[in-house]
Design a protein around this ligand. Structure first.
Ligand code: PMT
Length: 404
């Protein structure tokens, strides 16, 4: 039974949250409510406690269930966080990552998908500050349930009314469904660069930060997958739910992928693997002198290309980092490496590819179909990639069933 954390903030529409809580429970969900102080002036916490059968949390130091640190426990227990209604002030606090009451503290501590149903005066909703906060949150993967058009309590007319209850409950159902569509699926992800040692202090590397690959791992986990993340050296914290294998070199990544591939249902190669390594690594630091220095480089194995040749039932997805003729080159890679999908990025663009938080990907499928995505956060790119993976897995299951 999915656990919904319903956040209620101080809009006049707070009374609608009673209806939303009831409908969510009718749909079979467990509902816990966290209210802002302002919301308690509009609806009594006792109303939500009676409706949901659970205590209501307001202040960070509240301990509604004795012996439990609620802001952590509730954050971890939640399968989905829905904030309805969300005021401009609460949206701003979420965008800034403030944690000054129970609701915002839980929002910061949870890794569950988050849906926000805003409710406010149209001038406040369309204000550039609010819209900037909305964009910040969307870039982090938060989904907004657009407010409706209508006459407000103050008499103003425009966009800002909270969406109707059915729309909100459907959005929750849709998000919960997508949150489980990879349940039981084992996804192997590679991320980050590889470092090829020249001597104990120098290496050949590349500019991969790992952001794209870590986002892919996080998105797969959010869809219920069991994720193994093989990561090159990065400054990032890997998702807590992933099994993490740390490597430095392409040969170590090769070995790790070889060991893990047989156990996976899908492989996503996001890592920027060094194609070459120094033929030999010096045992001691080479001292500076006036001589020129020539390094002999030898090719590394093509990790993705090799395992994909024996992929059998698995879905195998690659990335392509291109600097020119991106689509043509990526199509060739897809065919050469026997992939189901390749996500290509033009790494010459300043807002795409290495290091930055955004990316502009094109998905090329094995049947030749090309889907060009707009510029979006790497989180959103990862979400779209995992949705494509889930759709391919489902088609595969349907196909297998129809042959039985
Ligand atoms: O980490 P970020 O800073 O967020 O940057 C993201 C990214 C630019 C690294 C990512 O979006 C990306 O493009 N990753 C693939 C980089 C790459 O190595 O592309 P490629 O075109 O050289 O390789 C094609 C595919 O073969 C890739 O899936 C790669 O993982 C794989 N490969 C490449 C070489 C090799 N020896 N073994 C491989 O498995």
């Amino acid at each position: 039974m999915p656990n919904i954390l319903l956040g209620v903030s101080g809009s006049i529409a707070a009374y609608r949250a009673c209806d939303i809580a009831r409908e969510l429970m009718r749909a079979g969900h467990t509902v816990r409510v966290a209210m802002t102080r302002a919301a308690t002036r509009l609806v009594s916490p006792d109303t939500f406690a009676a409706l949901t059968g659970n205590p209501v949390a307001i202040d960070v130091f509240d301990e509604p269930e004795s012996g439990q640190i609620a802001h952590i426990r509730w954050a971890q227990d939640a399968d989905l966080v829905l904030i309805a209604p969300a005021t401009a002030h609460t949206i701003a606090r979420l965008a800034f990552g403030l944690a000054d009451d129970m609701l915002t503290t839980i929002a910061l501590a949870t890794r569950a998908p988050m849906l926000i149903a805003p409710a406010m005066n149209p001038a406040m909703w369309t204000h550039p500050a609010t819209q900037a906060h909305v964009q910040t949150l969307q870039a982090r993967g938060v989904e907004f349930i657009s407010p409706a058009y209508g006459v407000m309590a103050c008499g103003d007319e425009g966009w800002g009314k909270i969406a109707d209850t059915a729309t909100i409950v459907q959005a929750v159902a849709r998000r919960l469904l997508s949150a489980r569509d990879l349940e039981g699926v084992r996804v192997l992800v590679t991320a980050g660069p590889t470092y090829e040692p020249i001597d104990p202090v120098r290496f050949i590397g590349n500019r991969s930060s790992g952001k794209m690959g870590y986002a892919v791992a996080e998105a797969a986990i959010a869809h219920g997958a069991q994720v193994t993340l093989i990561t090159g050296p990065t400054m990032l914290t890997p998702p807590a739910q992933a099994q993490v294998i740390r490597v430095q070199t392409a040969l170590q990544m090769y070995e790790a992928v070889q060991n893990e591939f047989a156990q996976c249902d899908a492989f996503i190669a996001t890592a920027a693997v060094a194609d070459y390594r120094p033929e030999r690594t010096l045992p001691k630091k080479r001292k500076r002198d006036t001589q020129s220095w020539t390094l002999n480089l030898v090719p590394n194995p093509d990790i993705l290309g090799e395992v994909a040749q024996r992929k059998e039932h698995r879905i195998v997805i690659g990335f392509a980092a291109e600097t020119d003729k991106a689509i043509i080159r990526a199509k060739n890679k897809l065919l050469r490496k026997n992939l189901d999908l390749i996500a290509v990025n033009d790494v010459m663009e300043p807002d795409s590819g290495f290091e930055v938080d955004t990316n502009r990907l094109s998905f090329i499928f094995a049947n030749g179909r090309v889907e060009n995505l707009p510029l979006m956060s790497k989180r959103e790119c990862a979400e779209r990639l995992i949705q494509a993976l889930a759709a391919m897995m489902e088609r595969k299951v349907r196909h297998t069933n129809s042959q039985e």
